[in-house]
Design a protein around this ligand. Structure first.
Ligand code: TXE
Length: 479
């Protein structure tokens, strides 16, 4: 049976080709989903624009929108287990990680409900016989395009602030992970969100996604995905002269100075690269270790990595599930082969696990590579898999030069008890997020995004709401 999707104010099956999603742990088909034709995409965009313009939605006061977002958060909390399973059977992340991400989706809606209740607007001091103040108004229809690695959190991070800002949203989820987005739409509907304000258009980026972004009803694009796709989307947005927020890839440096607490640092490095099988935009994939500590760190990491439990995503003791698809595992394997050819030493992993059915499941061992310089291709390109490259450095200047020698600028981790040094390095690193003596702590209240080719704009936090609004200055004469 082909699953339907919410578009044009109702649920339709779609007359486009059937999209099949696959469970990467078993190789079996998870769902068959209808996709829209170009004319169904156009109809969905027009219906969303109508819904966005309805006075009942446009004039809803922010505190009333907050009540709606709270109801969505309540439903998401009730549906947490279902949502976690839906993500797990499409992208293979461990059930415990999926549960945490479902909880974070609910928390995101609550945060933006609170923002609606409390956000203030500016009233600059008057420079004449008038008062002047600022309104922040929605764009109308926001197109949200999301990837497969963490649909639960990323879709909430776009849909919650876009609705909080007063827009309608059309979500185009990754072709690998459609079910969490469909369930989010069902949740919004149950919470009483009026029809047409939350649509989901399943399908491939090159057809459904591109058709969506070119429709004149779309007033703003919010995208998370790879840098190459982000660049294409920015070109579309430039041609259409509409704003776009891009959260793209990374090749984040993780740094250990020789005075660091090596136990804590190694634990942070392991989580930073291997959680979610390295399929995270902020994965700390280049580990820079001060030369004196290099061998001790590699030995500790190799010992710890062998203790990680690779297994089926639903098993309670599984730390790492499969990669998100067979094609993605091949890509990761290609990079490891490249590292070997370039003279890299595989200190751990570098192959499929023996104890799992790797013909059906996209399993791969967490891999540590040494002996390569920052110039190697595996240190320059985003692998988006469980592959850590360890590179020595001599001093702070050498470190900063190497760490910044990348086209990316998403995140960075620094381990050292010397606060002044950590602060200096944090300031010098070209990245949107820097962690000191921790890694991958993420707060919905803090702006998030990339320097350089890691993106444009900032999601999350108060700026994450303003991203979805345009500013209007109003002057009223007082004399
Ligand atoms: O991403 P794409 P892919 C990186 C990572 C990964 C690589 C490729 O390195 O290996 O990107 O992954 C939609 N118009 N990241 O191919 O293509 C697509 O359908 C409109 C980093 O999966 O960027 C999906 O919904 N939409 C990253 C979304 O874009 C288009 C997360 C992302 O797909 C489109 C994922 C088009 N022309 C991958 N082409 C991160 N920053 O977290 C594709 N799409």
């Amino acid at each position: 049976m082909r699953l339907s999707f919410p578009a044009s104010g109702g649920w339709i099956t779609g007359s486009g080709p059937t999209l099949k999603t696959v469970n990467p742990a078993t190789g079996t088909i998870t769902a068959e989903i209808g996709t829209p034709t170009a004319s169904e995409v156009a109809a969905a965009c027009e219906a969303a624009l109508q819904a966005a313009r309805q006075p009942a939605w446009r004039r809803l006061k922010p505190h009333q929108r907050a009540a709606m977002l709270h109801r969505i958060a309540d439903e998401l909390t009730r549906e947490g287990e279902t949502l976690a399973h839906l993500q797990m059977v499409e992208n293979g992340k461990s059930l415990k990680e999926c549960r945490a991400q479902a909880a974070s989706a609910a928390a995101t809606f609550r945060y933006y409900a609170a923002v609606c209740e409390t956000l203030e607007a500016a009233m600059p001091p008057s420079r004449g016989e008038y008062v002047n103040f600022t309104l922040h108004q929605p764009y109308g229809v926001v197109a949200a395009i999301t990837p497969w690695n963490s649909p639960l959190t990323m879709e909430a991070q776009k849909v919650a602030p876009a609705l909080a800002a007063g827009n309608a949203v059309i979500l185009k989820p990754s072709e690998l992970t459609t079910l969490p987005g469909l369930e989010l739409a069902r949740v919004c509907e149950r919470a009483g969100l009026p029809p047409g304000l939350m649509s989901v258009l399943p399908g491939h980026g090159r057809d459904v996604g591109a058709t969506l972004l070119n429709h004149p009803a779309i007033g703003m694009i919010s995208f998370t995905g790879g840098t190459a796709t982000g660049r294409m989307i920015a070109e579309t947005a430039a041609r259409r002269l509409i704003p776009t927020a891009l959260e793209l890839g990374g090749k984040s440096p993780h740094i250990i100075f020789d005075d660091a607490d090596l136990d804590a640092a190694c634990a942070g490095v392991l989580d930073g690269i291997f959680e979610g099988m390295g399929q995270s935009c902020v994965a700390g994939s280049r580990l820079f270790v001060q030369r004196g500590a290099h061998d001790a760190v590699v030995a500790r990491l190799c010992e710890a990595v062998r203790k990680l439990r690779i297994g089926t995503p639903d098993a309670v003791d599984t730390d790492l599930g499969p990669l998100a698809s067979m094609a993605h595992r091949e890509r990761v394997e290609g990079y490891v082969a490249l590292a070997r050819n370039d003279g890299g030493r595989i200190a751990a992993g570098g192959k499929r696990p023996d104890h799992l059915d790797c013909e059906r499941g996209a399993y791969y061992l967490p891999t540590i590579i040494t002996g390569l310089s920052n110039e190697a291709r595996v240190c320059r390109e985003e692998i988006f898999g469980p592959v850590l490259c360890v590179i020595p450095f001599d001093n702070e200047a050498d470190l900063v030069r190497q760490a910044n020698d990348t086209v990316y600028g998403l995140a960075c981790g620094i381990w050292s008890p010397d606060f002044k040094r950590a602060w200096r390095v944090a300031e010098a690193i070209e990245a949107g997020t820097v962690w000191i003596n921790t890694y991958k702590q993420l707060s919905i209240a803090a702006p998030f995004g990339g320097f350089k080719e890691s993106g444009l704009g900032r999601e999350k936090g108060l700026t994450g709401l303003r991203l979805y609004q345009q500013t209007k200055s109003i002057y009223i004469a007082t004399a």
